[in-house]
Design a binder for this molecule. Sequence first.
Ligand SMILES: C[S@@+](CC[C@H](N)C(=O)[O-])C[C@H]1O[C@@H](n2cnc3c(N)ncnc32)[C@H](O)[C@@H]1O
Length: 236
Amino acid sequence: MVVPVASDGNERTVTVADASSKGLSVTPALRSYLLEHSLPQTEAHADLVAATREAMGDLAIMQIAEEQGPFLTWLARLLGARRAIEIGTFTGLSALCIADGLTDDGRLTCFDMNDEFVSVGRPYWERAGLADRIDVVIGPAAETLARFEPDGPVDLAFIDADKPGYRTYYELILPMLRPGGVIVFDNSLFFGEVLTDTDDDNVRAIRDLNAHVAADSRVDTVLLNVGDGLLMASKR
Ligand SMILES: C[S@@+](CC[C@H](N)C(=O)[O-])C[C@H]1O[C@@H](n2cnc3c(N)ncnc32)[C@H](O)[C@@H]1O
């Protein structure tokens, strides 16, 4: 397909069959380009990524995709978020990014069942000057979240823990959310496996959740190809 893409009016050939097939797979070079043109990350962010690789080895794959970090900061700022919730903190990169975007008096409450993981991140929250915005609740999130009473309406929630729990977390958080508040789910494409007929518990849970949220008249929903897929629901 030949399209005018240059400011000098020259036409270039790009490999796009038609508008319905637009889209790119993100190479490492393209990921760097995305990051270079997004909200700058601090040294604490980069050092936390490195520390996670060193301390966690192969488990570091659980960390959010790097381009999701600036997006979460940007979204928190866009919402003017003062109260945020995170389910699934691991070593704290997404928490660092969300806390960075909160108002100065904002608070992020993180729910995770593994304090060893979270401990890796705490020094980096401190170095970024954001530790006093972050509370951590340790335990199975279905139980700890059910007991949680925020001191006002929640603006933003990020869900990135066990996939079979997503539906429970969604139903518990939605009543806490202010109208216009947003719930973001990670791994909503599950490496593309949502399109396969596998009956893996995680994939089934993601497929069911995507269908449930998309059909839910309490929210407006968009599913975007960022990292491993972000499903986002804003409360009507
Ligand atoms: C994919 S990692 C989260 C990654 C994190 N958002 C980041 O940016 O690095 C998933 C986390 O969910 C936690 N988790 C899994 N099942 C849980 C449960 N039932 N309750 C609370 N936390 C859980 C794990 O301990 C792990 O830290």
